[in-house]
Ligand binder design. Sequence first.
Ligand SMILES: Cc1cc2nc3c(=O)[nH]c(=O)nc-3n(C[C@H](O)[C@H](O)[C@H](O)COP(=O)(O)OP(=O)(O)OC[C@H]3O[C@@H](n4cnc5c(N)ncnc54)[C@H](O)[C@@H]3O)c2cc1C
Length: 472
Amino acid sequence: MALLRLRQPAVAAPADRSFWLQDIAAAPATTPLAGRIRADVAIVGGGYTGLWTALRIRELAPDKRVVVLEADLCGSGASGRNGGQVHSWYAELDRLSAVVGLEEGRQLCADTVDAIAELEALQRSGTVDMDLRLNGWMWTASSVAQEGAWDRAARMTREAGADRFRTLSAEEIARRTGSGASYAGIVEDRAGTVHPAKLARGLRDLAIARGVIIHERSPVLDIRPGPVVTLRTASGELQAEKVVLAANAWLSALPELRRHLYVVDSQVVATAPVPDRLDQLGWEEGISICDSQQQVLYYQRTLSGRVVFGRGSGNVAFRGDFGPDFNRSPEHGRNNVRELHRVYPALSDAPIEYDWSGPIDCVPEHVPVFDRLAGHPNIVFGMGFNGTGIAQTPVAGRILASLALERQDRWSGSGLVGLARRASLPPEPFRFVGAKLVRSAVRRKNDAEIRNETAPAWTRLALRLMPGSSEH
Ligand SMILES: Cc1cc2nc3c(=O)[nH]c(=O)nc-3n(C[C@H](O)[C@H](O)[C@H](O)COP(=O)(O)OP(=O)(O)OC[C@H]3O[C@@H](n4cnc5c(N)ncnc54)[C@H](O)[C@@H]3O)c2cc1C
């Protein structure tokens, strides 16, 4: 059978890694795969999705031998680079319901509420130290065009009988965030922030403690499908009855998946610790904040008093193929620094100590998709988190575990399972050229709307082509 060729992630230079990854003490990597070994289930990718899937499989089937192959270090992908904003899926109940129907949409949202509680329990018991702070997730507007961006999701959440969102006054936003930039919004009180790399590392250690075998620095070069699948790395071979592909944006290497997946990057900066300045502003610890631009601004105050400030960059990867510029961009987060100073003028002299980027796996519906590869029922995949994964990947892990173990339950029967039902994207080079045009139009529209100006008509027209809207 034809080989499935994967791409090798460009490993970031130590200084180009995220603040989060540089902040955690280096732990020895697990040994790379060597020689020929066997597993019941092989998982490609050691981010949140792969690690949660491994944990769920061991919960359901403690006898299964589960092996994770990670190209770099666990958490070196999006999981160790993100904005650390923890919130449930209720903010996307409208999008979820469009794919899975209202009843399951509500159930999946409730599942992410359970996932947040699970994270809290892991932290409280000392099992995973992740600096979780559930002080609220604020979804705000900082211009007229952004006002009410949350209305539909908030209304549907209310109608579902879930008491998740509370309307914010301009005064509460200003008092708690220390900024007057946003003046309307809602808050999910039982949500907040996390240290993403600590979470990834903690999940890795937990998986190892629960019997999962993890080989880091083991990029999978290719996969030979069959009743027993062979995954090949530079120094070894893993044979498994079942394979889970949890390689996020790198799954764009597979043409079958690339038809539905487009990859953009998001850029983040972190200031030096300035806790006293943030105290003076009144910025509370533990809340996460985002606005409602299409290339969303998202920010948090870390435990040590740094500001971590991110935004979708507008960069798109041709054929979903990306290199080191998706680790750290040559622009060095200039746009983010400008936006940081707009939102917090008082921090305009705070030194910027870190900047980094990360790939976002986008699908047009903005909610992930799971399935088996066509013709290969023992190779399953999950992708399309669209920049929202911390409370969502624990749920993804349940779906992927059920698929891999061939269980007939509500997870394997989820409406999120089924690639054929999802929209496909135009072929290259049309997709890249179109996406470039659309993304620069998004940027111009955002910038105009922030000034409460209307974007030019041709910019608005270009946006009608867009296969989704907001992204981290
Ligand atoms: C900049 C940024 C900001 C974000 N902000 C937020 C946020 O605030 N809140 C939120 O909820 N979500 C956020 N997200 C999204 C969230 O981080 C992701 O949805 C989540 O981390 C996805 O986890 P994953 O395991 O699927 O992917 P990843 O963490 O990317 O894991 C995939 C892994 O696969 C490995 N891999 C790739 N190819 C191979 C191969 N050939 N062989 C072996 N291994 C391979 C990679 O090295 C990587 O470690 C953000 C993402 C980014 C990039």
